[in-house]
Every structure is written in structure tokens, then in C-alpha cells.
Design a protein around this ligand. Structure first.
Ligand SMILES: [Zn+2]
Length: 481
């Protein structure tokens, strides 16, 4: 019944699954920028691979934030890619748990001669300002540059963008690429031609009016089911999963695509005679975007792990949102990210502490200076701890809350009010004192203590005690009896 040639399996070069020209573009099966490591040069011709770059870019745009949080390194690059976002006319860059302000509102150029102070949010901004100076008569000379630490007191809103027709098309493209990678013959059957035309159209033709949304909504679906229950648990902490289900009785071919086990889709490729041949086994591919290379176990394939037909029991997007499933799936991801963040922060602290070095150093002055600059480096955490205390529902007297509200104010001192700035500095000193005491008592797990001071309850406790003591002193010495 099928008209393609069976022995094509043994031919070294394959044809493009879209146009039948020679396929040799060696594209990444899963996008390189998102941690895909494996390539296949037997799927698309150069032209189609190039055109489908639009879909790859769309996936990158959608998953960029999550990728940067997990610090996924694009294939063949040395460092992970930051996620850039804008908030209130300022541009930030996010990577792991670090957020840097990289550009803000630039100051006006001087209108007359004189000496001026200008503030820039980053070196990059300052350099841009100098480079763009129109130089209409006045020359600018830099007298001195001072770098100040800037604290954040407000959370910086970042929005997770995902979805829309273009994203759905990109997911279909990805699913098709995986079918071609795993079942070359199936990807080239005549009965799939119309299906493929639909996704080619979107990138070859220009106008949005050509978007075939009716077709789209009949083949691509969001799915709110628990990923583990549909395809089994991924062996990779931040893995993606692609499952291709082939029903040999009905000929139904469908594909499940899950990003980070939280953004899930199902694609219905329809029923095909060839799929009834019994030659094609269902398959689940777990992808590890954190793998070093394709050789280092970038994916793991499991056969026949898909239970039943993937198309049965899909929980659609509206239901997902209504019953809170959508939120829960994304929250799971962020929980995993913060667990990972804790591990990397602890490692970071351990690296910097060099306990052996400190313990063997007889100079107390050195130890004191070390801790003083150590806690200065992490002082945004002290700001965060204090703000969290204000936001938490603590069982404390209202005067405590009032005090915190007055304390936590923005101002000119590196973004904090004078009081808050002084408070943070005194907490730095207190943390350092506790750490030194711990070290001198001969305890070994200094990194654990330091982490707890900066991010855990021990730090919050010290902050509460410090404020409580100040309030007690105030009470004991009323200025206006
Ligand atoms: Zn082609």
C-alpha cells in the first residue's frame, strides 16, 4: 500500500522530509540554545532547516527565562545564556539567582561647562552614554568614577510568556523533528504531506492571515496531566520529555512534548496505514539539557513506556487554569529551581570560605577583615531577609511591624534609607561576629552556619533579636516620660 522505497533505510544520505532534496543540515534535534546536544543530518535540507529557525527562535523566546534560571548552557558554548527582560524602563539580565541591572534611563548631556555628578546603573550604560555624546562644542572629561553597590527593596516582576498560535506551531515542528529522528520512514509517508504543509506555510509565507488556526486547534493541545503519570518520571532533574505513541491497531500517531515536566503538549499526527504495520514501537525520549555533550548521555530512550493512547484524557488549557493545575505545574518547576539554587549557593559559600585557611591563620585581624568583606558581598541577602520578615505573618507585637515598615524604606544610600543602610551594615557585623565565634569554637561546618545566617532561620532570628533589643532599650529609656 505504501509507495515509498523500503531500502531507503540503508542509503547514507537522506532526503529532506519536506521537499525531498538532499538533507544535510545537521541541525540539533532539540534546539541547541535550550540544551539540545544531539544533531541529525538526515532530516531537513538547508533551506527548510533555515526557515524552521523561526520556530526554534520561538521556543527559545518562550523558554528563555526558565533556561536562565536553571543556567542551561547552549550546545557548543562555554557559558549559560542570560535572560534579558525589561521592567519600568530598565533592562535586567537574569542568570541563576543573580539579577543584574544592565541599563536604565540615561542622564541628559551637560548644556554648559562645569563639573557634574552623573549616576549610571551599569558600566555598560556609562560607556554607552560617552559613546553617544553628540560633542557639540563641549568636551567631556571623566574626573573620577565610583562604583556603588545598589540594593533592591522591591521584587522585580518578571513575566513568564508561553503560548499562543506561534508557540503551538513551534511545538508541532519540534514533535515532527523527533518523529523524523526516530522513525525516518514514518516521517516521509505521503499521508503526512498535508500536515507538513501547514507548518511550512507559516514560515514560508509572510502574513499572519495565513495562520490556519482551525487546523492548529484540531491537532495541537495543551495538556495539564501530571507528566510523570503520562510518560513516567524523567531521570533528569530539569529534563524535557518527548514521547511518540504509535497505535498499531488504529494507526494513530501522536506525540507528547513536555518542557521541564511542567509545560506539556500533545500533537495529533492522525492515523496512518503504515503505523499499523507493527514495525514501529512507541518510544519515550528523556532529554537532559544539563548534559555536557551528546556523548555524555544527553538523552535516554525508553521503548513502550507510553501507556495507552496519549490522546486519551488530555486535560485542556482552560480546565488546567480553572482547576489550578497550570499554576501547580509551574510552581513545581520553581520549587526545583530553588532547591538547586540552595545547592549552588552552598557550594559558592564553601568555595569562598576556605575554612582550613581561616582556622590556620593566627591573625585575628585577618579573620575579622575576611568576614567583614565576606558578608558585605552577600548583603543583599540581609536586605531580603529583613523584607521577608516584614511580609511574613509573624506573631509579633504591632510595634515590631511598625518598626520594620519604617526601617524598610528606599533612599539615597545605595537604594536604601539611611536607617536601613546602617541596619544592614550592623547586621553584616553581627553575622561576622557569630561566624568568627563559631570558627573559634572549632566547629567544622561553617558553611552550613553561614548559609543559615544568609538565607535561613538563624539569620531571621538574629534580625528579630536585634530589633527586639533595640525596642527594649527604647522602652527602658523613654525620652518623653
Ligand atoms: Zn527541504
Amino acid at each position: 500500500m505504501s509507495t515509498f522505497s523500503r531500502n531507503s533505510m540503508n542509503v547514507k544520505t537522506r532526503t529532506c522530509i519536506i521537499c525531498k532534496k538532499t538533507a544535510k543540515s545537521a541541525e540539533h534535534v532539540f534546539p541547541a540554545a535550550l540544551g539540545g546536544r544531539r544533531t541529525n543530518n538526515r532530516i531537513y535540507c538547508g533551506i527548510h532547516n533555515n526557515k524552521f529557525g523561526t520556530y526554534v527562535a520561538e521556543l527559545e523566546r518562550n523558554l528563555g527565562l526558565m533556561n536562565a534560571l536553571v543556567k542551561i548552557r547552549p550546545d557548543r558554548k562555554d557559558v549559560p545564556k542570560s535572560f534579558m527582560f525589561e521592567s519600568k524602563e530598565e533592562t535586567f539580565s537574569l542568570l541563576g539567582s543573580d539579577i543584574d541591572l544592565i541599563s536604565g534611563v540615561l542622564p541628559d548631556y551637560p548644556a554648559e561647562a562645569g563639573e557634574f555628578n552623573y549616576q549610571f546603573v551599569s558600566t555598560q550604560d556609562r560607556e554607552k552614554w560617552f559613546k553617544d555624546y553628540p560633542n557639540d562644542g563641549l568636551e567631556i572629561e571623566v574626573k573620577s568614577v565610583r562604583e556603588d553597590k545598589e540594593y533592591y527593596t522591591d521584587p522585580i516582576p518578571i513575566q513568564l510568556h508561553f503560548g499562543g498560535p506561534k508557540t503551538m506551531y513551534a511545538v508541532i515542528y519540534l514533535a515532527l523533528t523527533f518523529i523524523a529522528d526516530n522513525y525516518p520512514d514514518l516521517a516521509r509517508i505521503r499521508t503526512l504531506i498535508k500536515f507538513k504543509q501547514n507548518i511550512v506555510r507559516q514560515v514560508l509565507w509572510k502574513k499572519a492571515k495565513k495562520l490556519n488556526n482551525d487546523w492548529l486547534s484540531s491537532v495541537a493541545f495543551w495538556d495539564g496531566r501530571d507528566t510523570d503519570l503520562v510518560v513516567g518520571k524523567s531521570p533528569f532533574e530539569f529534563g524535557h520529555t518527548i514521547a511518540i505513541s504509535i497505535n498499531s491497531e488504529t494507526g494513530q500517531v501522536s506525540c507528547y512534548v513536555s518542557f521541564f515536566s511542567c509545560l506539556n503538549f500533545v500533537i495529533d499526527f492522525g492515523c496512518h496505514e503504515l503505523a499499523k504495520s507493527g514495525e514501529f514501537q512507541s518510544k519515550t525520549i528523556f532529554i537532559n539539557p544539563e548534559a555536557d555533550s551528546a556523548k555524555g548521555g544527553s538523552d535516554k530512550q525508553v521503548f513502550e513506556s507510553v501507556s495507552g493512547d496519549i490522546l486519551d484524557g488530555i486535560i485542556d488549557l482552560e480546565t488546567m487554569i480553572a482547576d489550578g493545575n497550570a499554576q501547580k505545574l509551574v510552581e513545581n518547576f520553581f520549587e526545583k529551581v530553588s532547591a538547586k539554587k540552595e545547592v549552588s549557593l552552598r557550594a559558592d559559600i564553601r568555595d569562598k570560605l576556605s575554612v582550613a585557611d581561616l582556622a590556620s591563620n593566627k591573625s585575628h585581624r585577618y579573620i575579622i577583615e575576611f568576614f567583614s568583606s565576606f558578608f558585605d558581598e552577600y548583603s543583599q541577602s540581609i536586605v531580603n531577609q529583613t523584607i521577608k520578615l516584614r511580609n511574613a505573618n509573624n506573631n509579633v507585637p504591632s510595634i515590631f511591624d511598625d518598626f520594620l515598615n519604617v526601617l524598610i524604606e528606599k533612599g539615597d544610600h545605595s537604594g536604601l534609607s539611611r536607617n536601613f543602610y546602617d541596619f544592614v551594615k550592623s547586621m553584616e557585623f553581627l553575622f561576622a561576629t557569630v561566624a568568627i565565634g563559631y570558627l573559634l569554637s572549632g566547629k567544622k561546618d561553617l558553611d552550613y552556619l553561614v548559609y543559615d545566617l544568609l538565607y535561613g532561620w538563624r539569620g531571621k532570628e538574629l534580625i528579630i533579636l536585634t530589633i527586639r533589643d533595640s525596642l527594649l532599650i527604647l522602652n527602658a529609656n523613654p525620652q518623653h516620660p
